[in-house]
Design a binder for this molecule. Structure first.
Ligand SMILES: Cc1ncc(COP(=O)(O)O)c(C=O)c1O
Length: 363
């Protein structure tokens, strides 16, 4: 593995740069500055490729830097609802709890469903719906446990309750299938499973919802015709561009586009199959090691690229030991979190397993 790293198993934190992204960014830098037409092409292509990945229309895709920005755009873009509650849960990454709190300034209550234990419980969320929710914010795959939410049970129920569903898909887009039919809003960033530079993310908004949304930032790029730089009257773009701000980080999208093209060529079904096979194998092998308790579900429908485990050991010490062996993982929520992508080799998974066995045998 390049750079003397024994195994890179940390896509859920900060990814390695995909070779296709590195190549494309290098070429763009050599050619810098890009022409206005080339920039417009890159941004258009970003919307088209992301839309293709999730089965949406390019007009339903806004370019946003990260999940925080996606949440802010939704928070300030939603028409005011007579409903007063925004519902999250105790297992969310801070972004998907804190960033909603700006809505408290608009008179909403942001409340959390308390989960018991490390795994998300669909019925607990559904039982908490009161009919007063304007929006439910939820991860698709949880950053600590790697649990993949059963959206087939969640989305129809949330819709039937009259609420919108916002999906934080930062831990699922690019690794497992994510479909525009699974939520009203889907957000992701570029620094994890899309294997690019952070700061060039995406927000999908379902057409029917988009039509009622107000431009949250009223940036010049959110107008009907950003080419009209003499405009004196603000006219919002008819599509999801109305949720955007100023000029996006174009080099980042050059990289993301190159990766999206690769992923679409491979096929997200094939990527998912490979990742689930590797994580399934990792879970089986870890479960056989005495003193290890795998937290991530073994049901392939309930996991993606993350495998988290705890047991009769200090996870920090295990993490430090793995780092000393050149094995890059994270420690989250009292668990060791390994994350595996479609480019991960069997040797990298073997290296992790051997090092875990060594650590526990006190070598
Ligand atoms: C589920 C999830 N959402 C969001 C983020 C980060 O938020 P942002 O894109 O605003 O930096 C992370 C980062 O680890 C995450 O795991």
């Amino acid at each position: 593995v390049a750079g003397g790293v024994g195994a890179f198993l940390n896509y859920a934190a900060s990814s390695r740069l995909h070779p296709a992204a590195r190549r494309a960014i290098r070429e763009a830098l050599e050619a810098w500055p890009l022409s206005f037409e080339e920039e417009a092409r890159v941004l258009r292509e970003a919307r088209v490729l992301f839309a293709r990945l999730i089965g949406a229309d390019p007009g339903e895709v806004a370019l946003v830097p990260n999940v925080t920005a996606a949440i802010s755009a939704v928070a300030y873009g939603l028409p005011l609802s007579p409903r007063r509650r925004v519902l999250t849960n105790s297992l969310e990454f801070p972004t998907n709890r804190f960033a909603w709190m700006t809505m408290e300034r608009l008179g909403y209550r942001v409340e959390e469903v308390e989960m018991e234990g490390p795994l998300f419980d669909e019925s607990r969320l559904l039982d908490s719906l009161s009919g007063d929710e304007a929006l439910v914010a939820l991860s698709h795959v949880f950053y600590q446990s790697g649990y993949r939410v059963d959206l087939d049970s969640i989305y129809p129920a949330v819709r039937a309750s009259g609420s919108l569903l916002f999906l934080d898909a930062y831990q699922s887009v690019g690794v497992v299938r994510v479909s525009a039919s699974q939520a009203d809003f889907i957000a992701t960033g570029s620094g994890k499973w899309l294997m690019s530079i952070p700061g060039s993310g995406f927000l999908y908004v379902r057409r029917g919802v988009l039509e009622g949304m107000r431009p949250p930032f009223m940036g010049w790029m959110s107008t009907e015709d950003p080419g009209d730089v003499e405009a004196r009257v603000y006219r919002p773009a008819p599509d999801a561009r109305r949720l955007e701000g100023g000029f996006p980080p174009i080099l980042g999208y050059v990289g993301v586009n190159a990766v999206l093209r690769e992923m679409l060529r491979t096929g997200i079904g094939e990527i998912e199959r490979r990742v689930l096979s590797l994580t399934g194998w990792l879970i089986d092998e870890l479960s056989r090691i005495r003193g290890v308790r795998v937290v991530t579900p073994s049901d392939p429908r309930r996991r993606a690229g993350i495998v988290s485990f705890a047991g009769d050991f200090d996870p920090r010490k295990m993490g430090e030991y793995l780092a000393s062996r050149g094995i890059v993982v994270s420690v989250r929520g009292g668990m060791v979190r390994a994350s595996v992508h479609y480019v991960t080799s069997e040797e990298e998974v073997e290296a992790l397993l051997s090092a875990v066995r060594e650590f526990l045998s006190g070598v």
